[in-house]
Design a binder for this molecule. Sequence first.
Ligand code: ADP
Length: 399
Amino acid sequence: MKVLVVNAGSSSIKYQVFDMTDESVLAKGLVDRVGIPGTTLEHKPAGKDEVVIKKDLPDHTEGMKLVLEVLVNPEYGCIKSMDEIGAVGHRVVHGGEEFAKSVVVDDYVKKVIRDCFDIAPLHNPPNLMGIEACQALMPNVPHVAVFDTAFHQTMEPANFLYALPYEAYEKYKVRRYGFHGTSHFYVSHRAAEMLGKPYEQCKIITLHLGNGASMAAIKDGKVVDTSMGFTPLEGLVMGTRSGDIDPAIVFFLMEKLNMNAQEANNYFNKKSGMLGLSGVSNDLRDILEAASSGNERAQVALEVYYNRVKGYIGNYIAKLNGCDCLVFTAGVGENGYDVREKICENLDYLGIKLDPEKNKVRGKEVDVAAEDSKVRIFVIPTNEELVIARDTYNLAKAQ
Ligand code: ADP
């Protein structure tokens, strides 16, 4: 069976086509600026040259139509007809408390995705648009929703509840959900394989460090804790998000800067983090470069970034009562060896010792811990699309 994986954002559609007989990727691509003048589609068929198509597209349905045309194109497509696609897997950011696993999309699933608009206003509406666009164009195949929050639903109340009046949880579902679940799931399973231990017997700390960043503590196959919370704003310092702050800062700055709730949301999500602190960029590569040429704000921003991650490592080792391995993944985690080195510096008390020579790798699955490190330190490139394709395939087969 061939599976199409779709990740629809507010103005973009990412896609991959998998042949599930060997899990190979037949093609992947990105439609950017959907609904904005200057739409482009970049299509990369396996073993062939990339194709770029420029054509303004008003919405996700037109965007998906173009993707399907490209997929069957005799010159650069990867399938002869759409009938070859047996199922479509959709990334959905928020499944609330309803879904701890991937599900075949029906009216109820769409209702739950819609019910979560309130708590995921940036992500769930375009995710649903993507599903509905694909269903309209491919009505006869199963569509599967794979949720970013699902893996974290194994968390216990002791770690997902905030110390607020209980009605905030009961009435408004204010609790920790956690995100990047598909990535934490994938890399933690690979880590157990690298440890040579059953997944259900491992203590693993995963560090998904990209533009958005989150960590998870996983014990006996379940998430014990994760750093993103009610929304992806909590936790680590990110490209443009503040991560953990004293909540009183929000009211204080709303008054000082005369911001309403929406403006404050924008301030902490889009203007803060490494961008706000360094004044250089949200891209860690730019900040590392600025820091090494003597920019002091960039230097201190990096210290804040490293300290936050170290703090979470300590927190999670305490909660897990030990740790078999740390796993670095996503853009920074996979490529930024200097960042990995700084994070692991002076953690030998916790049994974490990195080998600086082994560590000089980018984007490869490898153990970079020193021989005598009690805790293994893995670099594992994430593959969320493969998890989505596998879940989709398994659910479609069972239909
Ligand atoms: P997202 O999917 O959240 O947008 P990615 O996982 O693609 O993010 O990661 C993007 C981040 O990875 C950027 O901040 C970029 O600077 C960082 N990155 C990529 N390569 C390196 C590198 N060699 N060193 C440090 N950071 C890097």
